[in-house]
Design a protein around this ligand. Structure first.
Ligand code: ADP
Length: 448
C-alpha cells in the first residue's frame, strides 16, 4: 500500500479523499491555490503546498507545479478527484514518467474513452447499444445536414472531447442545425482545443441512468449497480439516487452486464462510470464513460457499503478486488442533493461569498460531504458546489421524508444555494412518484 498520496484537487472531493487516506493509514499532501488557503482539508493534511494563483490554469491544471509539489513532498501516488486533470491522459503519462502512480485508469484507456466518438466505437464492438447517430465525427455542414435529415429531428450535436455539457447543441430543424453545428464546434475548440463534433438523435424525455464499475489490474471487473441522475438543469446533474425508481430487474442486469463488457473492452482499471440514457419504452443507450470518480459516488457507497475512493486507492496500489459480482448486495434507497452556491431564482446565477451561518443536518440516514464551515468564503473561481447531502433509508418514501427534514435543518446563510429548489422539488408529485426525466427541472423550475 502507498505510504503517502498527493490530492490534486480542492473542495469537498479533496476532503473526501483525505478521509479515505486517513482510514487506510496513508499520509496526505494537500495542494491549494492562493484563493484556497482556507480550505478545510488543509487543516487535516500531513503537508500542504501552495501551487499557484487562483486561476485553475495556473494552479490545479498546472502540471509542472503539481509534479514539483509531488516530488518535493515525496509522494508515491496522486489522486486527481474529479474535474481538473482527472481525465487528462497526458497528465497520466507525465506521472508515469516521474514514477508517480496515477490513481485512475491508464493513459491509453483515458484517451480512448475520453474521445466520445471512439468510446461509441468501443461500445459498438462490445455489443453495447448507443444512441443512434453519426458513425464517427461530422466534418462538414453538408454532412451534418445529411445525417440530421436521415436520423430525423430533433438531433443533438456533441463535442467528441466534451464534458460538463459544453459543446452541446440541440437542433430542431435545418436552420438551428447549421447554427448549432458551428457554435458547438467553436465552443468545443475554446473549451477543449478540439472542435470535433458528432451527431446523435435527441431522445424525447429520457432518464439518465449510469452504472458504477470497479476493475482491478488483474482482469476482475464488477459493477455496483446504477444511479439515476435524471434531475438536471441544462444537462447538469443536481440530484442522484439509487436504485433508479423505474428500472426493472431485467434491464438493470442487462445494463450492468453491458457496462462490464465495455470496461473489459477498454482494458479498464480503477473506478469508472458508464452512462446511459433510458427512453420511455425502457430501452437503454450508451452515451459516455467517465474515467474517474464521480460527484455522486456516495449514493452507491451508501447502498452497497463499498468505499469507492478506498477501492480506487487499493486498485492503484495493485491489490486485487476481493468483492465478487455475486457478493455485491444493495440495501435500501440513497439520494444525493448537490448544494451549489447558486441562486435557483436567478437562473442559477453563481453566488460566491462568505458563509455567515452554517448548521448542518444530522440524525438517522444523513451523510453530509462538504468542506463548508461558518466563516468560509466560497471563492468565485471554481465550481459552485459547496456540499452534498446524502440520505440513506430503507425505502425511497422514507428517504424522501428524511431528505425533507434534513434540507429544512440545513441552514447556510450568506450565500444563495440550491437548497430552496430541492425543497420545492420534494413537493412535486412527479418527483415523489419517481416520474422525472432530464428536462423536469428546466420545465417546472426553469426561468421564473
Ligand atoms: P457531458 O459529458 O457534457 O456532461 P453527456 O454526454 O454526459 O455530456 O450528456 C449530458 C446530459 O445531456 C445527459 O445526462 C442528458 O441529459 C443529455 N443528453 C446527452 N445526450 C443526449 C441525447 N442523445 N438525447 C437526449 N439528451 C441527451
Amino acid at each position: 500500500m502507498f505510504r503517502r498520496i498527493l490530492i490534486a484537487n480542492r473542495g469537498e472531493i479533496a476532503l473526501r479523499i483525505l478521509r479515505a487516506c486517513k482510514e487506510l493509514g496513508i499520509e496526505t499532501v494537500a495542494v491549494y491555490s492562493e484563493a484556497d488557503r482556507d480550505l478545510l482539508h488543509l487543516r487535516y493534511a500531513d503537508e500542504t503546498v501552495c501551487i499557484g494563483p487562483a486561476p485553475s490554469a495556473q494552479s490545479y491544471l498546472d502540471i509542472p507545479s503539481l509534479i514539483a509539489a509531488a516530488e518535493i513532498a515525496d509522494v508515491e501516488a496522486i489522486h486527481p478527484g474529479y474535474g481538473f486533470l482527472s481525465e487528462n491522459a497526458h497528465f497520466v503519462e507525465v506521472c508515469q514518467s516521474c514514477n508517480i502512480r496515477f490513481i485512475g485508469p491508464s493513459a491509453e484507456t483515458i484517451a480512448a474513452l475520453g474521445d466520445k466518438v471512439q468510446a461509441k466505437r468501443i461500445a459498438k464492438d462490445a455489443k453495447v447499444p448507443s444512441v443512434p447517430g453519426s458513425d464517427g465525427p461530422v466534418d462538414s455542414e453538408k454532412d451534418a445536414l445529411a445525417i440530421a435529415r436521415s436520423i430525423g429531428y430533433p438531433v443533438l450535436i456533441k463535442a467528441a472531447a466534451g464534458g460538463g455539457g459544453r459543446g452541446m447543441r440541440v437542433a430542431h430543424n435545418d436552420v438551428s442545425l447549421v447554427n448549432g453545428y458551428h457554435s458547438a464546434r467553436a465552443e468545443a475548440e475554446g473549451a477543449f482545443k478540439n472542435s470535433t463534433v458528432y451527431i446523435e438523435k435527441y431522445l424525447d424525455r429520457p432518464r439518465h441512468v449510469e452504472i458504477q464499475i470497479l476493475a482491478d489490474q488483474h482482469g476482475n471487473v464488477i459493477h455496483l449497480g446504477e444511479r439515476d441522475c435524471s434531475l438536471q438543469r441544462r444537462h447538469q446533474k443536481l440530484v442522484e439516487e439509487s436504485p433508479c425508481p423505474v428500472l426493472d430487474p431485467k434491464t438493470r442486469q442487462a445494463m450492468g452486464e453491458a457496462a462490464v463488457r465495455l470496461a473489459r473492452a477498454a482494458n479498464y482499471h480503477s473506478a469508472g462510470t458508464v452512462e446511459f440514457l433510458l427512453d420511455q419504452q425502457g430501452n437503454f443507450y450508451f452515451i459516455e464513460v467517465n474515467t474517474r470518480v464521480q460527484v455522486e459516488h456516495p449514493v452507491t457507497e451508501q447502498v452497497t457499503g463499498v468505499d469507492v475512493i478506498q477501492a480506487m486507492i487499493k486498485i492503484a496500489a495493485g491489490e486485487r478486488l476481493l468483492l465478487k459480482q455475486e457478493d455485491v448486495e444493495w440495501r435500501g434507497h440513497a439520494i444525493e442533493f448537490r448544494i451549489n452556491a447558486e441562486d435557483p431564482d436567478q437562473n442559477f446565477k453563481p453566488s460566491p461569498g462568505r458563509i455567515e451561518t452554517l448548521i448542518v443536518p444530522a440524525g438517522p440516514g444523513v451523510r453530509w460531504d462538504s468542506h463548508a464551515y461558518a466563516g468560509y468564503r466560497v471563492p468565485p473561481h471554481y465550481d459552485s458546489m459547496v456540499g452534498k447531502l446524502i440520505i440513506h433509508r430503507n425505502t425511497r418514501r422514507e428517504a424522501l421524508a428524511t431528505a425533507r427534514r434534513a434540507l429544512e435543518e440545513l441552514q447556510m446563510e450568506g450565500i444563495a444555494t440550491t437548497r430552496s429548489l430541492f425543497l420545492r422539488v420534494l413537493e412535486h408529485s412527479d418527483f415523489i412518484n419517481g416520474q422525472v426525466d432530464t428536462g423536469f427541472v428546466d420545465r417546472y423550475f426553469g426561468q421564473r
